[in-house]
Design a protein around this ligand. Structure first.
Ligand code: HEC
Ligand code: HEC
Length: 267
């Protein structure tokens, strides 16, 4: 009877359509995340490698082995972590890692799956089997030499970083080097500093935060302390790590293996 329906009737037909669209879109993205649709296509890993070198290598390295100084993890060890799935890696790439410099990536899903395929292709196979030391011995060595400065779970000191999970983000070579030559790669957030304070005493510590006027450190007795910069007599940053170097005389290669095997239990 009416030549054009009232506005409310138009909305009645429009809304179900809109809802259908939303349902379809969300269903397709859920599907897209269930398995890598490119898993069986060898070209996907190669294309992913090209994207990786252009977009990710500045932080994770051209070989995906990570860059210690900025805390970007070794992605060849990604798949050795407990509970890791392709979906989770997809989400981490897409959404980034909150609270870190790992950015979100607004790429088409297909390109993210190509990156997942690439990361699969560079995975270190069986690296979980490579920890052959004696864990019990490692525990004793860790308690006697390391836990004063390093936490595992909830216990231990905090001058150095928490080492829970460290074997899934660093290669064994990097870990060995961190123990033998700590000053080679100073971890971000744990940079050492030496201060001469207004009362002419020397304080060694780790920089926790600073602005133009003040600096907060954890001193080598693990006390948090703040200083006004203008009141300091001097400060030096080009100093060695506050972690002692453990030479092979102090800690044999076999003993270091034991410690790494013990740490590997904390992944
Ligand atoms: C600006 C530096 C930066 C860029 C660029 C970057 N990442 Fe990251 N990424 C990081 C850092 C740092 C972390 C560690 C975050 C954390 O857990 O604190 C990380 C974590 C990750 C993780 C999780 C690792 C794990 O062990 O859980 C994946 C996967 C990842 N990045 C993949 C990529 C890919 C793929 C790209 C390129 C598309 C990329 N990243 C680009 C810095 C970066
Ligand atoms: C006196 C304190 C102290 C002791 C003792 C100590 N560390 Fe450290 N450790 C640190 C500090 C501070 C850092 C961070 C600065 C750096 O990277 O050198 C660090 C860094 C590390 C790193 C590098 C972490 C990373 O993210 O790459 C590893 C691995 C490590 N320590 C293992 C050990 C082990 C194993 C022992 C015992 C054999 C040990 N540490 C003993 C203070 C200590």
């Amino acid at each position: 009877m009416m030549s054009s329906p009232p506005a409310s009737d138009k909305q009645m037909t429009f809304f179900p359509l809109l809802i259908l669209c939303i349902v379809l879109i969300s269903a397709s993205s859920v599907n897209a995340q269930q398995t890598n649709p490119l898993a069986s296509d060898p070209r996907a890993a190669r294309a992913g490698g090209v994207i990786f070198r252009a977009q990710c290598a500045t932080c994770h390295g051209a070989d995906a082995k990570g860059i210690n100084s900025i805390d970007a993890p070794d992605l060849t060890l990604l798949w050795t972590q407990a509970g890791v799935t392709e979906n989770r890696v997809f989400d981490q790439i897409k959404q980034g890692v909150p609270g870190s410099i790992m950015p979100a990536h607004d790429f088409p899903d297909t390109e993210i799956w190509m990156l997942v395929s690439y990361l699969r292709s560079v995975a270190v196979a069986g690296s979980t089997l490579a920890f052959t030391g004696n864990r019990e011995n490692g525990r004793t060595l860790f308690v006697n030499n390391c836990s004063e400065c390093h936490r595992l779970g909830n216990s231990g000191g905090s001058l150095g970083p928490n080492l829970s999970n460290i074997t899934s983000t660093r290669s064994q070579a990097a870990l060995r080097n961190a123990v033998r030559e700590p000053s080679d790669s100073l971890r971000n957030g744990y940079k050492p500093i030496s201060l001469r304070t207004s009362d002419n005493s020397n304080v060694l510590g780790i920089i926790k935060s600073e602005d133009a006027f003040s600096i907060q450190i954890m001193d080598n007795k693990q006390r948090l302390r703040g200083f006004v910069k203008s009141e300091l007599i001097s400060s030096r940053r080009d100093i060695a790590s506050l972690m002692p170097e453990f030479s092979a005389q102090q800690l044999s290669d076999a003993q270091l293996d034991d410690i790494l095997s013990f740490l590997n239990q904390w992944r």
